[in-house]
Design a protein around this ligand. Structure first.
Ligand SMILES: Nc1ncnc2c1ncn2[C@@H]1O[C@H](COP(=O)(O)OP(=O)(O)OP(=O)(O)O)[C@@H](O)[C@H]1O
Length: 582
């Protein structure tokens, strides 16, 4: 199945996000820079003092003067360690805050994603972003940001100190810099795309593995094991090749960087020696200069090392921010229509893929409190129509309105209060039975929760649970069977108390007797609400006020059971054959 990955934020969007983050944490960033600058400045005094000690020793100065200089040197080292620690902790705090904000933004956008868009993206893409990318960003934010900010400030200030000490030595230290700039530019021009590609390869691999695990029963039945292994091998091969590309980029960068760091120390000594013979430099300057250049290698090495990991973190952040580029669904701000408004579809068409319309020209008005059954052959478009009438999907053309308001213009909360879809695929969340019920409506007392369970004939088994409402249910705890899971979903629906219910084969997971029992007990609960039942048992249709027959994505018949029977069309034939059989 072809997927359409979620978007990825581009460079300007990424920079905008980082700028906004920095602006919103200005005091923290200011403290970070002040601490880094202070640590570096104090650190730069050390080599200078060491140079003076050498100079004094050569000049046969008194031992007490050298002692004083040594004590000063010790104080400088201690002060530098202390300030560097403050800088590192501040940077870590900034990194953690940035990580938390990015994660929160990601989760918020994720929850607002239209379900149809998630389906098109495939689970692997989302799982990859939520796991591998979040982890990549965590590493960068927790370790990379503090290291890079500190190392950057240290390298810059060390260079400034070198120029103040001796411009000749400063220029000498920069002789190999163009080489590094060229290598880094070459690396950066390719690395972001390469890391993005690597991440997408892993997402594709996760997709294939997830689909294999989910479909394991079908794969075993159809003997498709070899095909799935081959598919996974292909994805692993692509991931491996993408890793080779990024490894090649790193292998071309690091040797150049190493040379560019080692060479200036030798150059400074050469130039220093020549300068000393010509009287341009003294021994203190040469000693301090060589130590500064040596001192530069640690932050520059750290920067080089993290350049790579920052790219991975940047690619991860671009993918996390990309989720926010998909317009959220149900974000409408229209005023909710009056209670018990009419639900109407007018000239509705719907396509999952452009150019492949599934529903055509649907015109349907459902009165408040009406019970409508939707029947038709498999693949006719019944579930799709149910999703449109519950506001889960938005029509590709035409409108579904509640009163006068199109459903997509209602806010999430208003829509959830007014229309709910219940399908046969229900989920038990890991937690207590109470928590599972409270998902529908928070803060209800036990009485209301039991009344809801009672309404769907679930109270008996719920009371038999070891801790009643406080029993842990779901995977790894007390497992509920399909019938109980469905009853739990219906109990949630009773609590949510919407005007409109769309039941998409909601009782299909139950055996016929339990289904009929449940439908009977639900009848009281459904009283007064608009109910659209997508039915595969024709008795549901028989009990409805009206029946819509869908065939080939169109409403082919619409009327009461008796009207459709006397019309002698497809429904009448279906009813006769079903009734004959039963
Ligand atoms: N997520 C999807 N992406 C692409 N096509 C889809 C998707 N869901 C359904 N379809 C296609 O849309 C058409 C209508 O599907 P739908 O599930 O609405 O029919 P249905 O009448 O409810 O079928 P059934 O009774 O078998 O559930 C089918 O051809 C189906 O393959």
């Amino acid at each position: 199945m072809s997927t359409e990955p979620l978007p990825v934020a581009d460079g300007p969007a990424l920079r905008g996000h980082l700028r906004a983050l920095t602006r919103s944490h200005r005091p923290l960033v200011t403290r970070l820079f002040l601490a880094s600058i202070a640590a570096t400045v104090v650190g730069l005094i050390g080599p200078r003092i060491l140079g003076d000690i050498v100079q004094e020793a050569l000049g046969r100065a008194s031992v007490s003067r050298i002692d004083r200089l040594a004590l000063l040197l010790l104080l400088c080292v201690l002060a530098q360690a202390l300030l560097a620690q403050v800088g590192y902790l501040t940077a870590k705090r900034f990194g953690e805050t940035a990580l938390a904000r990015s994660r929160e933004g990601f989760v918020t956008h994720l929850l607002g994603l239209p379900s149809a868009r998630i389906e098109r993206a495939g689970t692997g893409d989302l799982v990859g972003r939520a796991s591998r990318d979040v982890e990549g960003l965590r590493l960068t934010a927790q370790q990379g940001v503090p290291t890079v900010l500190n190392a950057g400030a240290t390298a810059l200030l060390t260079l400034v100190a070198l120029f103040i000490l001796s411009p000749l030595e400063g220029v000498t230290a920069l002789l190999t810099t163009p080489l590094v700039i060229l290598a880094v530019r070459r690396y950066l021009s390719r690395s972001m795309a390469a890391y993005l590609y690597t991440n997408s390869c892993y997402a594709q691999l996760a997709d294939t593995l997830t689909a294999t695990v989910e479909g394991s029963a079908a794969i075993e039945a159809l003997r498709l094991g070899r095909t799935r292994i081959d598919a996974a091998d292909t994805e692993i091969g692509a991931s491996y090749r993408s890793e080779l590309v990024t490894l090649g980029l790193r292998l071309r960068l690091f040797p150049v960087a190493e040379f560019a760091l080692v060479a200036p120390v030798g150059l400074i000594l050469l130039v220093g020696g020549y300068g000393y013979t010509r009287g341009w430099l003294d021994v203190a300057q040469i000693t301090a200069g060589a130590l500064y250049v040596q001192q530069l290698s640690l932050p520059v090495n750290q920067l080089m090392d993290w350049l790579d990991k920052i790219q991975t973190g940047g690619a991860a952040l671009a993918r996390l921010l990309g989720v926010g580029l998909v317009p959220a669904e149900g974000g409408g701000d229209a005023a909710p229509p009056a209670e018990h408004a009419e639900l109407a579809a007018s000239q509705v068409g719907f396509s999952y893929r452009p150019g492949h319309e599934i529903l055509h020209d649907i015109d349907l008005t459902i009165r408040p409190g009406e019970r409508l059954a939707v029947v038709g052959p498999s693949g006719a478009g019944k579930s799709t129509l149910g999703r449109l009438l519950a506001g889960i999907s938005t029509p590709s053309r035409g409108q579904v309105t509640l009163g006068t308001v199109p459903l997509e213009r209602l806010s999430h909360e208003d829509l959830r209060r007014r229309a709910i879809l219940v399908t046969q695929d229900q989920h038990v969340f890991v937690g207590t039975l109470r928590e599972n019920l409270e998902l529908a409506r928070h803060g209800e007392g036990d009485e209301a929760l039991w009344a809801a369970l009672e309404a769907v004939a679930a109270a008996e088994w719920a009371r038999a649970l070891p801790d009643g409402l406080d029993t842990k249910v779901g995977s790894g705890a007390t497992e509920l069977n399909p019938a109980q899971t469905q009853q739990l979903a219906l109990a949630r629906l009773v609590l949510a108390d919407p005007d409109i219910l769309v039941l998409d084969e909601a009782t299909a997971a139950l055996d016929p007797t339990s289904a009929r029992d449940l439908e009977r007990s639900l009848a009281g609960v459904l009283e007064g609400r608009t109910v659209i039942s997508i039915a595969h048992r024709l008795n549901t249709a028989h009990d409805a006020d009206r029946i819509a027959v869908i065939d080939g994505g169109r409403i082919t018949e619409l009327g009461t059971h008796d009207e459709l029977l006397s019309a002698g069309g497809g429904y009448a034939a279906l009813w006769r054959s079903w009734h004959g059989q039963s």
